[in-house]
Design a protein around this ligand. Sequence first.
Ligand code: F0G
Length: 454
Amino acid sequence: MEPYKIKVVESIAFTTREERERAMRDAGYNLFNVPAALVTIDLLTDSGTGAMSDRQWAGMMQGDESYAQARSFFSLEAVVRRVTGYRHVLPAHQGRAAENVLFSTILRPGDRVPSNIHFDTTRANVEHNRGVAVDCVKDVAYDPLADVPFKGDLDVAKLDRVVAEVGKERIPLVMMTITNNSGGGQPVSLENARAVSAWCRRLGIPFFLDACRFAENAYFNKVRDPACAGLSIEQIARAFFDLADGCTMSAKKDGLVNIGGFVACNDAEWAGRLANALILMEGFLTYGGLAGRDLEAMARGLEEVLDERYLAHRVGQVRRLGERLLAAGVPILLPVGGHAVYLDARRFLPHLPQTAYPAQALTCALYIEGGVRAVEIGGLMFGTVDEATGTAHWPELELVRLAIPRRVYTDDHLAYVADVCAKLYRERETVRGLRIVKRPAVLPHFTARLEPLA
Ligand code: F0G
């Protein structure tokens, strides 16, 4: 059960099917355009959508809003140093800002940055700074039915290939995303982190974690790796951080806050350069684009997330949603990840070809059926058209991510979500495909407009 009780509640919207159909038309069949006030259960993202504790809200009141050397910064610095062990802590307003501070400082044009799978903003920040983001996850990550415990693991042989191609001088750092969001929220094993760390140290290449969901990752290690069973979450998390030289973090996930992030590292020379970039892009070193109260809430969130009872409930809640869906025969990606369940739209809607955007069609159908908002991770997000030849490139997978906000929904809410999915699955032949009527040049999934096929 939840290791907390509810002190404040927020009403959610109940809408009629007609209202939802109208909202969907008005939104151009794109859930990013639907007003949140018309969404009953919002599973668009687990980022910045969590509920803070009374302790965090108390910290908001006590935040120190001094421009320089605010007390709240030192609260954050102390917690980040304790949890990660890293000396230098630079706050940023969210994960992608931390990434930009890092990559704009250390990348040279043409550099390669390997990771298991880069999250979109990490890839975009690498590429914006004229580097090349290389995904090096083990091949098993791309098999939606392979039920393996650490599907986020990085393939060291793929790192060797990057070195063979460009030389180690062109690799300013190796990243590792824990958990691996773009690969289904799958954990990375401590053993794999050790292997990657040893590889990096042998070649003298810095190793960084994208630590957004570091506590969920530590929990998976505790329950899936017998060698970690006797360790606390804090000890397992620290073992990961000790293997790396620094991290970027979006605290909007495992920091249990609505806004915030940081970059942290051990190397003083890097920290000095990052500090210059931070002041330019985010603000002074002790607030980094945040209010003092946000720093205080983040410090407290980073402590709370280490509570094993919280993590057991959190990861268990996501797993129970997955189990309900499996029991109803709904095709999902296996195993269930730490922060989300992914519906496999190819198997859910086999009558729709990829050109009819099955994952987006399913996302729209879920909203119309039950007011549930999910996010498409398929042809709309990743499909590209080669301007010169006119040929389209489609991604391997057509997924719909049901991302679960932290401490927000109860199991009853998620049972409702499972019922909506199951009903739709029984009536799957009625779901029509979509076509794009307006496709913007960059990040099309955010603003594209679509319409149902006849
Ligand atoms: N890295 C990972 C692994 C992420 O999942 C995200 C955000 C970021 C970096 C960027 O952090 O949003 O604070 O700038 N993921 C959200 C999601 C948006 O929905 O998965 P941010």
